[in-house]
Design a protein around this ligand. Structure first.
Ligand code: NAP
Length: 249
């Protein structure tokens, strides 16, 4: 029960890694708040977590996120842990990359995440923690990944500065960087058939020393560790949950 009496906001908490984390936080006593874009999966997530509340808000829309944080301020009075997990993929060979592709990925994965932290940390006191979701894609060569790699690598760079600026306020800020994880994200690539997805999955597994995809629950365990008092002397860390892919691949 590491999160008993804690208010935890999971941005992007209605699917995949975020949903598994929201459920794990709740299982350890947290009062969970979830945001995402898709009302049906927000409703399903909230229905499955006692005492949870959900918000429909696009993280790229800073006013919408302001409204979420404002409502939590009014109703709960504080945030103890923020898990900023919202993210989109978007493969495009560099020669075909458009400014719109770039802006879409960066609006969510970098700009949206940074400003969500800026809005939320003001509701945190000493002992507060922020965890964000990076990716090994921010550190490794993956073909077609220019925009995503820059956004996730940029998030890592930004978090170091944010962690340094907030350390004096007693707020820890860390990144969890997954490798290939079996989540709905795999199926969100426009124009990819199920056969394409299967080929991509096989290629990803071949690159993982542990020779399998990770599970959302395995990432959630790392998120909860970094968010918890167990990690009380850890800030500005980047924890890879990737079956050894980055270091051994
Ligand atoms: N799966 C992997 O292999 C992998 C590897 C490395 C890093 N990651 C990162 O892990 C994080 C979670 O991804 P996942 O694999 O769990 O995929 P997922 O199941 O597709 O979950 C993505 C989450 O982000 C939310 N989201 C996306 N765009 C949003 C927006 N504009 N505003 C608000 N919420 C938004 C989604 O909500 P809606 O469903 O409502 O859009 C969903 O809750 C992402 O940051 C991703 O980049 C994943």
């Amino acid at each position: 029960m590491r999160f008993k009496d804690k208010i935890v906001l999971v941005v992007g908490g209605n699917s995949g890694i975020g949903l598994a984390s929201a459920q794990a936080f709740a299982a350890e006593g947290a009062t969970v708040r979830i945001s995402g874009r898709d009302q049906a999966t927000i409703d399903a997530a909230v229905a499955g977590i006692a005492g949870a509340r959900g918000y429909r808000a696009d993280i790229a829309d800073l006013d919408a996120m302001e409204a979420v944080i404002g409502d939590i301020a009014a109703q709960d009075g504080r945030i103890d842990t923020l898990f900023v997990n919202a993210g989109v993929g978007g493969f495009a060979p560099f020669r075909d990359l458009t400014p719109d592709d770039w802006d879409h990925v960066h609006g969510v994965n970098l700009r949206g995440c940074v400003f969500a932290i800026q809005k939320a940390f003001r509701l945190m006191g000493r002992g507060g923690s922020v965890v964000a979701t990076g990716s090994i894609g921010g550190h490794a060569f993956v073909p077609g990944n220019t925009a995503y790699a820059a956004a996730k690598g940029g998030l890592y760079a930004a978090l170091k500065v944010i962690a340094g600026e907030l350390v004096g306020e007693g707020i820890r800020v860390n990144l969890v960087s997954p490798g290939p994880i079996e989540t709905p994200l795999l199926h969100r690539n426009p124009g990819m058939s199920e056969a394409d997805v299967e080929a991509m999955r096989e290629a990803m597994i071949a690159a993982v020393p542990m020779q399998r995809m990770g599970r959302a629950e395995e990432v959630a365990r790392a998120v909860l560790f970094l968010a918890s008092e167990e990690a009380s002397f850890i800030t500005a860390a980047n924890l890879f949950v990737d079956g050894g892919t980055l270091e051994l691949g």
